[in-house]
Design a protein. Structure first.
Length: 413
């Protein structure tokens, strides 16, 4: 008993330690992009202005790291560092919402040898991505045409930075993280290594937070995951939101209910509001990243807050507003709420015809199409960025090239 309490205490301390290092990773990433990576940042800004490219970059990045929380945190950090445009970043966040659903689909493949279980499990995993895809289909053209999310999120982001006071020199987050970020910068003595280490810290610390919270929370709640918690849409919604806030990962909470659906414990109509709540709960990580990015900047009293700081918070709140929009569209109306459920059931029936179909759906939708759309754009960024210094060398060093040409024929003379 004592050992269990000690282990629980160590896990709680581990969560706070990982959270502190996560904040340092976000701050270090911003510091790196303010150095020698300014031109790379400009290229990224240009490359991600297209809404479709941004959308599919978000999908692909999230399917690779299996976490929309990680992708969103990195996006918020890049925006706050001036490496990404707010408009493009909002479309990337939409893509991250779609990409995170691949985890539940992969989990459902564990039931592929048992037809009735697989039909229910795959349908449960498809409810989440169907809902996100429909929400993207509605919100992307509206956002592209009228910037509804960006305008509302910018107002909320400005208020968040003002009220929280994170840019003030006396801010406690800044005091705790700034010395370590400066020490990393001095020790590594390279913006490239600072960027690499900061991204690695951000990724692994968020991964560790999720695993620690999962062992602390989910193990104790699994026994309560029965039809009672999904008694009505409101309870399922609140449970999905709160549980995702606790474990910092919608991938885990939505994947958790796939085996329960496969076993027939809960129905799709009960799962759907749970996944909407999980979507909203996962936005807390982006807000933490915005807090960390803003705290890395010093603003003297009376000076205006840098636009990049507000931009990072804007993206985090756009993520929240996007998921709230989906909830407002679907939850209040029963006929609309049935649309993703019906489509998920149809897709599950289709996948029963051949076991290769669900695997093909996952590979094509979540990997091949995003790679096909984004490959040329991303490749151009990394192809053109290093070539620019080389183009300047010939203009600035004709004497050297002349000397080399002059010295090579001398032995022949």
């Amino acid at each position: 008993m004592k050992n269990e309490k000690l282990l629980t205490l160590l896990k709680i301390l581990g969560v706070f330690t990982c959270l502190y290092l996560f904040l340092i990773g976000i701050g270090g990433m911003g510091a790196a992009f303010k150095g020698e990576f300014k031109e790379t940042a400009a290229k990224l800004l240009e490359a991600t202005r297209s809404p479709f490219v941004g959308l599919f970059i978000g999908i692909l990045a999230t399917t690779i790291v299996q976490s929309s929380s990680t992708t969103t945190s990195l996006i918020v950090g890049l925006v706050a560092a001036g490496a990404l445009d707010v408009t493009g970043a909002i479309f990337m966040v939409m893509g991250a919402n779609v990409g995170t659903t691949v985890t539940a689909k992969i989990v459902s493949l564990g039931h592929i040898t048992r037809k009735s279980e697989f039909r229910r499990a795959f349908a449960a995993s498809s409810v989440h991505d169907t809902f996100n895809l429909i929400t993207v289909a509605i919100m992307l053209p509206l956002e592209y045409s009228f910037q509804i999310l960006e305008k509302m999120a910018r107002y909320m982001g400005t208020a968040f930075v003002d009220v929280s006071g994170v840019t003030k020199p006396e801010n406690y987050v800044k005091k705790a993280t700034k010395p370590v970020i400066e020490w990393m910068s001095d020790t590594l003595n390279s913006e490239l290594w600072l960027l690499i280490v900061s991204v690695a810290i951000t990724f692994f610390m968020l991964f560790a937070i999720v695993k620690l919270l999962q062992s602390l929370v989910l193990k104790k709640l699994e026994s309560f995951f029965d039809a009672y918690l999904f008694r009505n849409a409101a309870i399922a919604f609140v449970v999905g939101m709160c549980l995702t806030v606790l474990v910092q990962s919608s991938s885990i909470t939505t994947s958790l209910i796939v085996p329960l659906a496969g076993a027939g414990v809960i129905r799709l109509q009960q799962i759907f509001p749970f996944t909407i709540g999980a979507n909203i709960g996962t936005t807390i990580t982006g807000l933490l990243a915005a807090l960390a990015a803003a705290s890395a900047v010093d603003v003297a009293p009376g000076e205006p807050i840098p636009s990049e700081v507000v931009a990072g918070a804007t993206v985090a709140f756009a993520h929240l507003l996007f998921n709230l929009s989906g909830a407002i569209i679907f939850l209040p109306y029963q006929p609309i709420r049935e649309l993703p459920v019906k489509f998920a059931e149809w897709l599950a029936e289709l996948c029963l015809r051949n076991r290769a179909i669900p695997i093909a759906v996952i590979v094509v939708v979540f990997y091949l199409i995003p790679i096909g759309v984004t490959w040329n754009t991303v490749a151009d960024v990394f192809r053109e960025t290093p070539s620019e210094p080389n183009q300047e060398e010939p203009a600035g060093s004709p004497p050297e090239s002349g000397d080399k040409n002059a010295t090579t024929p001398q032995p022949k003379e």
